[in-house]
Design a protein around this ligand. Structure first.
Ligand SMILES: *Cc1c(COP(=O)(O)O)cnc(C)c1O
Length: 399
């Protein structure tokens, strides 16, 4: 069997752009086929009861899913990877490592679905969470309790792209014996590899950049060591929210162009952020690559790029709605990280469930829009947004 780690051992210096193409998902070990076959089977024949087959039932393991799991483990530099039916399935399975009576520290502007899981479901099961501003280690220390077991981070955060110092939080957590989990959806292993910075478990909504085509729902988890690998494998099999083989195959196909897509999208995002920061109808732009973005130095230390998400404020809810109605190029939708641009409105979409005061406190105003920059020609992206914002300025002048 051609294993991903064999490839890495033989060629340790290879760059990620090469590794996304030459991984566990590049060649079928049995036939040499240029893509991993779809093992569309729920169960596997036992030719001998004494020597059970390597795979016996697809919830417990399937060769197509395994190729994807090996690929993400290799790209993140972890011990083992796991594929789930959605990002939330990956995140909720990882939280099942905790028990009744445990306490979690979580980034305050965490993804809405994670917020819902922690506050409505885990709370009911006796697992309490304190949301903290993780850009400030003192707040983390002040919130720690004797029963604190885990820290959950997201950086850059959504949608205001706040930066947390990953290595500093990981080191602090290790000192106190806490498990660290990080949602790396916005950056992907192409731009940020948290395990190399001391994080125990990396989680992904692979629905976004990893898949990249707005056509698959999937989640991935990567653990730093075999002990956690054993525990998460047990949970994945016991809870059963595994990824189907068709989606695993599509995801592997999408991941082959990850580096190329991220490079192009980021180039566009930098241009967009710079252009927006000079536009008269925009009061504020959030992008880690802009000079003056809080935590930019930390981000540059821990990541290899700024990513493709740009948030900006047009002042009021009425103006934001006008922009959403007038743009002709991006999908106006929930989600992000696709080949096509996606414009979303946090106040009425991802953060609609958050009470308005809490939302405003966290900097997610009624005029905030989030642009997930795709691979279109940047000139067309700017021209389209310019006509939407232009109307904006005229409307504002009429007010
Ligand atoms: C979308 C998203 C999730 C949830 O993933 P699903 O695949 O939709 O279940 C989790 N975290 C972040 C940062 C996301 O953007």
């Amino acid at each position: 069997m051609r294993q991903p780690r064999d490839i890495q051992r033989r060629h340790p210096g290879r760059k990620l752009a090469t590794r996304v193409l030459h991984s566990a998902s590049s060649v079928d070990a049995h036939t040499g086929a240029s893509s991993i076959p779809l093992y569309q089977a729920s169960t596997f024949h036992h030719a001998s009861l004494e020597h059970p087959p390597e795979y016996d039932y697809s919830r417990s393991g399937n060769p197509t899913r395994q190729a994807l799991e090996d690929t993400i483990a290799e790209l993140e530099g972890g011990a083992r990877g796991f594929a789930f039916s959605s990002g939330m399935a990956a995140i909720s399975t990882a939280f099942m490592l905790l028990s009744h009576g445990d306490h979690v520290l979580c980034s305050e502007d965490v993804y809405g679905g994670t917020y819902r899981l922690l506050t409505t479901i885990l709370g009911r099961m006796g697992i309490e969470t304190t949301f903290v501003d993780m850009t400030d280690l003192d707040q983390l220390e002040a919130a720690r309790r004797p029963n604190t077991r885990a820290v959950f981070l997201e950086t850059p955060s959504n949608p205001t792209l706040k930066i947390t110092d990953i290595a500093a939080v990981a080191e602090w957590a290790r000192k106190h014996g806490l498990l660290t989990m990080l949602d790396n959806t916005f950056m992907t292993p192409c731009l940020q590899r948290p395990i190399e910075l001391g994080i125990d478990i990396v989680l992904h909504s692979a629905t976004k950049f990893l898949c990249g085509h707005s056509d698959v729902l999937a989640g991935l988890a990567v653990v730093a060591n075999e002990k956690l690998g054993h525990q998460l494998k047990h949970l994945q099999n016991a809870l059963g929210s595994v990824l189907g083989v068709q989606d695993a195959w599509l995801l592997m196909r999408g991941m082959k162009t990850l580096t190329a897509r991220m490079e192009c999208a980021e180039r566009n995002a930098r241009r967009l952020a710079d252009w927006l920061s000079r536009h008269p109808a925009v009061s504020r732009v959030y992008y880690p690559g802009l000079p003056g973005h809080p935590g930019r130095d930390i981000h540059e230390r821990q990541a290899h790029g700024y990513g493709a998400i740009v948030s900006f404020d047009v002042g009021t809810g009425a103006r934001a709605k006008q922009v959403l109605e007038r743009v002709t190029l991006p999908l106006v939708a929930v989600s992000l990280g696709a080949v096509e641009s996606i414009l979303s409105y946090p106040a009425m979409m991802s953060h609609a469930a958050m009470p308005r005061e809490v939302r405003l406190q966290r900097g997610i105003g009624d005029g905030l829009l989030r642009y997930s920059v795709g691979l279109e020609a940047i000139e067309d992206i700017l021209e389209d947004l310019d006509q939407a914002l232009d109307e904006e300025v005229r409307a504002a002048c009429r007010d």
